[in-house]
Design a protein around this ligand. Structure first.
Ligand SMILES: Nc1ncnc2c1ncn2[C@@H]1O[C@H](COP(=O)(O)OP(=O)(O)OP(=O)(O)O)[C@@H](O)[C@H]1O
Ligand SMILES: [Mg+2]
Length: 440
């Protein structure tokens, strides 16, 4: 639809059709209409459309001006409401002009008109429409609607919210253990069948704890999951919401969960989960204790089945988590330091777009015992930068081996023993913290 009049009439017809067909829900409304009438949790019928709603949803400056000369429209001077005074006349006017694509983009209209257009199906329209809730614009509109106060803004600064389209590394870029793959598959299925799970009373699902040393892909895997499932990703570091506003911490925790529930379906990722344990044990300020209790309670109360929020916690220090926190997760997913095979695969993935003469990932893998995926990326980065200082873009296997040596030297300066056969050390990050910046 390009013509403003057509857009405005389409908007009004959508609202009318939605009011008439109570079996339709928010997922059937196109984003422009939904934004205008959705309060974040439900839609009150009848939906009433004002000129302002249409202006917001369609960017048409003067919606009433666009349709005022049509005989079947009317405007309530008092509240600005636009209506179709002659619905059947409006309908035939609209159907003569509208394109099949426009109907296919609008599940509500597809519901009543699918028969009249080729290649339009309500099912497909609805399926397509869903993901719009994960669009940046949609997320921003929601946040703006619900978190306008200044203190909300302060809190939102502490939370990182990404639309799936903004997530760079996907599951394809990650090398996962079999166990990790299985857990991810389970979650994908649980989300797909969440209505069924709810119907059989299975609610203890959708709270994962990712455990493993720094740089093993916990954050990346969580984000990739959001990308895979087309869900907004809400990320928060516990230390952040705690340290910055001591007195406000409990409120911040509440808000974080509120944000997640508003954006649902979404993934809520809580990083540095061990922070809970630390603060619970030590004799911290009462405000922090209150916050921690709020956190544990919020985790209890949020549900994948009921709220459509998938909760993922992550920690480098599982040993510091106490039973109260541990018990709240229904799956623990281990992110170990990669073994030799996995390192080789990671090297293959991260060098996918690089040109490396005599590249032997197996040999590199054999020489990098104890390094994480993040470390391997650093090694590659060093190799690339070193080559560039010699004005070379093409790398050689030699460059990689040199970069490994450099990396080892750097780590040994920090007193870090990378060769570690003790399997327990694979889990516990304690004493092995590399604080390299491996976020991107
Ligand atoms: N299994 C893996 N496959 C591919 N790349 C990996 C893997 N593990 C880590 N990486 C690389 O390392 C980078 C850092 O990983 P990520 O930030 O997800 O680690 P993390 O476990 O969240 O670490 P931290 O505990 O410090 O937060 C990723 O961007 C990715 O490029
Ligand atoms: Mg991380």
């Amino acid at each position: 639809m390009t013509e403003p009049a057509l857009d405005v009439v389409g908007f009004l017809l959508t609202a009318r059709t939605f009011n008439d067909h109570t079996e339709l829900d928010a997922g059937d409304l196109p984003p422009a209409v939904r934004r205008a009438v959705w309060d974040g949790t439900e839609i009150q019928r009848p939906i009433v459309i004002s000129t302002e709603d249409i202006r917001e949803g369609t960017a048409i400056e003067d919606p009433w001006g666009a349709v005022s000369n049509l005989m079947f429209t009317e405007r309530d001077e008092f509240n600005g409401e636009l209506r179709l005074a002659e619905p059947s006349m409006a309908e035939s006017w609209f159907l003569e002009r509208v394109s099949a694509e426009a109907i296919a983009d609008n599940p509500t209209l597809a519901y009543v008109y699918e028969e009249q257009f080729e290649d339009v199906s309500y099912e497909a329209a609805r399926e397509e429409n869903r993901s719009i809730r994960a669009d940046r614009v949609w997320i921003d509109a929601l946040l703006e609607e619900y978190f306008q106060e200044e203190e909300d803004q302060d809190m939102l600064d502490l939370v990182d919210i990404r639309a799936p389209e903004e997530i760079e590394m996907t599951l394809d870029d990650l090398v996962l253990t079999e166990d990790q793959e299985d857990e991810i598959q389970k979650i994908v299925k649980a989300i797909e069948y969440r209505d069924y799970l709810g119907s059989i009373g299975l609610r203890e699902i959708g709270k994962l704890l990712f455990v493993g040393p720094p740089g093993t892909g916990k954050t990346t895997a969580s984000r990739a999951l959001a990308e895979e499932l087309d869900l907004p990703f809400v990320e928060v570091k516990l230390s952040m919401i705690t340290s910055q506003y001591l007195g406000e911490t409990a409120k911040n925790v509440d808000k974080v969960f509120e944000v997640a529930k508003r954006l649902a379906p979404c993934i809520l990722f809580i990083d540095e989960f061990d922070f809970v344990a630390k603060t619970r044990r030590s004799d911290e300020h009462a405000a922090i204790k209150r916050a921690v209790n709020t956190l544990l309670k919020s985790i209890d109360e949020v549900s994948l089945i009921r709220d459509d929020v998938l909760l993922i916690g992550a920690t480098n220090h599982p040993d510091e988590l106490d039973a109260a926190a541990w018990r709240r997760f229904d799956e623990i997913v281990h992110f170990p330091r990669p073994d030799e095979d996995m390192r080789r695969e990671i090297l293959e993935v991260i060098t996918r777009r690089m040109e490396i003469a005599e590249f032997d990932p197996g040999a590199v893998a054999a020489k990098t015992e104890g390094l994480t995926g993040s470390d391997l990326r650093l090694v590659l980065r060093e190799a690339v930068l070193d080559a560039l200082t010699e004005n070379r873009q093409a790398l050689t296997q030699r460059d990689l081996l040199d970069a490994i040596a450099e990396f080892e030297e750097r780590d040994s300066l920090r007193g870090l023993n990378m060769i570690d056969d003790d399997p327990a050390a694979l889990v516990a990050g304690g004493g092995h913290d590399h604080d390299h910046d491996h976020d991107h």
